[in-house]
Design a protein around this ligand. Structure first.
Ligand SMILES: [Zn+2]
Length: 170
């Protein structure tokens, strides 16, 4: 299929808890390829399956934006095992285009998941990659970064988006 369209905030799929993958058919590779293409085209550093309307626990991340061939992470059923420290950085989301806010995330995370064949693997990461894992796992739990902002900032963004929806510009 290639590049998929990315759902925006207010789409019900973005608010659902997604289902773990229990089977790892060959077709999963094609879906992951589409997600990677969609992420690079956006461009973005991460994408979760619910953002293309599929409520399954699959994420892709590349904090090098395709610059480093080793930078691509494709993970099914990611689970946060451990986390440490704090980082405070601006965050955005392809499903909330045009809006940013400072979100507190752990400075270090240890994540376990499966590759497209169903083999388990574990990754430890810091900085932007740690942030991306947290952000994408949130998507699988039906949570957007705006839910992690202070209430004033969050409500302001939601009000602005509602206006854009009314005006047909969202
Ligand atoms: Zn996002």
């Amino acid at each position: 299929m290639g590049i998929r369209s990315i759902l925006k905030y207010s789409a019900p799929e973005l608010a659902k808890v997604s289902e773990p993958l229990t089977k790892f058919p060959d077709s999963l590779e094609e879906l992951a390829r589409d997600m990677v293409q969609t992420m690079y085209a956006a461009p973005g550093v991460g994408l979760a399956a619910p953002q293309i309307g599929l409520n399954i626990r699959l994420i892709v991340i590349d904090t090098s934006s395709g610059e480093d061939p080793k930078g691509l992470v494709v993970m099914a059923n990611p689970e946060m095992l451990e986390q440490e420290g704090e980082q405070h950085e601006e965050e955005g989301c392809l499903s909330v285009p045009g809006y940013h806010g400072v979100v507190v995330r752990p400075g270090w995370v240890k994540v376990r998941g499966r590759d497209l064949k169903g083999n388990e693997f574990t990754m430890e990461s810091t900085d932007l990659l740690a942030r991306a894992f947290c952000h994408e796992i949130d998507h699988l739990d039906g949570k957007l970064f705006i839910e992690r902002l202070g209430i004033l900032k969050r409500d302001l963004i939601k009000r602005k988006i509602k206006k854009q929806i009314r005006q047909g510009t969202w």
